[in-house]
Design a protein around this ligand. Structure first.
Ligand code: PLP
Length: 434
């Protein structure tokens, strides 16, 4: 039998040539580190619905879905039609526009903590502002984050992202001494660490489903316990819902978990596939960034970005949310497909994997040495991640199924039960010779 690499190389010759050129221009050939995989990533020509197509003419059922941002699938007509209508009236002005007001009306209706909102162009900017605002509002400096938590590439939060979590993530991070890291879903240890810094604790930032580090939902007990500690100690509870916002229901996960965050960050889905980050918060906190009432000596700076609140993103975001609001059946449908994927994958691998996730997000972990469950990023890192990469790559090469190797899968409205069945068959084949 030919190896997956041989098959892949044979069917992606044009991609290989273009990627060689790409390496001449771009560091490692890419502009987002995780988009590179060995031996080289295929080069995309187009995408529609559940399918992504490469320049060689191969088609893949896509579970990466634009960094999990495309909950309706690629090029969703509901978004495309409004964006096309907007284009002739201009796509960039750098002045106030009504599309932003209309979009915020939808967000505020679904996300009660969004008493005040600011838009930026990436999730990274949103979390950077969230951290800055927590420090400005509390007058304290320390931010706690989760072991394995990914909030984008901001200097502040580029710490304890990758296992073993206590080593530097990059050169050039001038000052990360005001970040501490706590273990996900371990309330006792987390509180111990928070207790040790409580006098200078400005806030805690958490993803309610740990995304990049293993698609692991936080327990309600954990989130409630951390929130309680934070609020008792005059710090802010920051929830990063850039992945989870509008992913499981029309609104945020915090709302369905009865949590009381001070600031919530959004991104991905709410941009309708165009660049976005959103910082939403309680009015008394967000007003610290009001330039009409505060000087630069007593305010937090939120609000730069040439492309912030540009008319195209505001239009595409509103189109996406309006569709989801009118079609709440989307969540039921994709949630069921997620349940099916998790259950059937565990069966396909006959106890050798644990699946994690929630609703339409799912991930397969190849268990090692007596492990039975995945509660946090350390558990996920202890699994056989080489095998996970091989599994994903084999499906790209042999089955026309695309997961960004090593990353969680996102099911979109464009996927169906037959896609999940195809995924299970491909997984059974891999399980039979892994
Ligand atoms: C939870 C979370 N926060 C923040 C970010 C950063 O968003 P962006 O890549 O748009 O800067 C990401 C991106 O994957 C994310 O998953």
């Amino acid at each position: 039998m030919s190896s997956a690499v041989e098959i892949y190389k044979k069917k992606t010759r044009k991609s290989a040539k273009i990627f060689e050129k790409s390496k001449k221009y771009h560091v490692n050939g890419v502009s987002h580190n995780i988009r590179f995989f060995k031996p080289y990533p295929f080069v995309t020509r187009s995408a529609k619905g559940k399918t992504i197509s490469d320049v060689d003419g191969n088609k893949y059922t896509d579970y990466w879905m634009g960094h999990w941002s495309l909950i309706l699938g690629h090029a969703a007509p509901a978004v495309a039609s409004l964006v096309k209508k907007q284009l002739p009236s201009c796509w960039m002005h750098g002045t106030v526009n009504e599309m932003t007001v209309q979009f915020s009306d939808v967000i505020q209706g679904a996300v009660p903590v969004a008493e005040k909102i600011r838009y930026v162009s990436t999730g990274t900017e949103a979390t950077m502002y969230a951290v800055r605002t927590a420090r400005a509002f509390t007058g304290k400096k320390i931010i706690a984050k989760i072991d394995g938590g990914w909030h984008g590439y901001t200097t502040d939060l580029l710490k304890s992202v990758n296992w073993p979590f206590d080593q530097q993530e990059s050169l050039g991070l001038a000052d990360d001494s005001h970040i501490v890291s706590i273990p996900y879903n371990d309330l006792e240890k987390s509180i111990q660490i928070l207790q040790s810094v409580k006098d200078d604790l400005a806030g805690v930032i958490i993803e309610p489903v740990l995304g990049g580090a293993g698609c692991i939902p936080a327990t309600k007990e954990y989130l409630t316990g951390v929130q309680e500690f934070v609020h008792k100690n005059n710090a802010l509870f920051l929830l990063d819902e850039i992945v989870t916002g509008f992913r499981f229901s029309f609104g945020c996960l915090y709302h369905s978990m009865n949590l009381d965050p001070d600031i919530v960050t959004l991104g991905k889905i709410v941009g309708g596939g165009f660049p976005i980050g959103v910082i939403c918060g309680k009015e008394d906190i967000m007003k610290i960034s009001d330039t009409s009432t505060h000087t630069r000596f007593d305010r937090s700076y939120i609000g730069g970005g040439t492309f912030s609140a540009n008319p195209i993103t505001m239009t595409s975001g509103r189109a996406m949310l309006q569709f989801l609001k009118k079609n709440s059946g989307v969540y039921k449908k994709i949630g069921k497909l997620g349940d099916m994927a998790r259950k059937e994958l565990e069966k396909a691998f006959d106890g050798k994997v644990a699946t994690t996730g929630k609703g339409s997000l799912f991930m397969t972990h190849f268990l090692t040495g007596g492990m039975t469950e995945i509660r946090n990023a350390s558990d996920a890192a202890m699994c056989n991640t080489d095998l996970l990469h091989r599994y994903h790559f084999e499906m790209i090469a042999r089955d026309g199924i695309f997961f960004l190797p090593g990353k969680l899968g996102a099911i979109s409205h464009a996927h169906s039960r037959s896609d999940i069945r195809h995924l299970i068959q491909a997984s059974e084949r891999f399980a039979s010779h892994m």
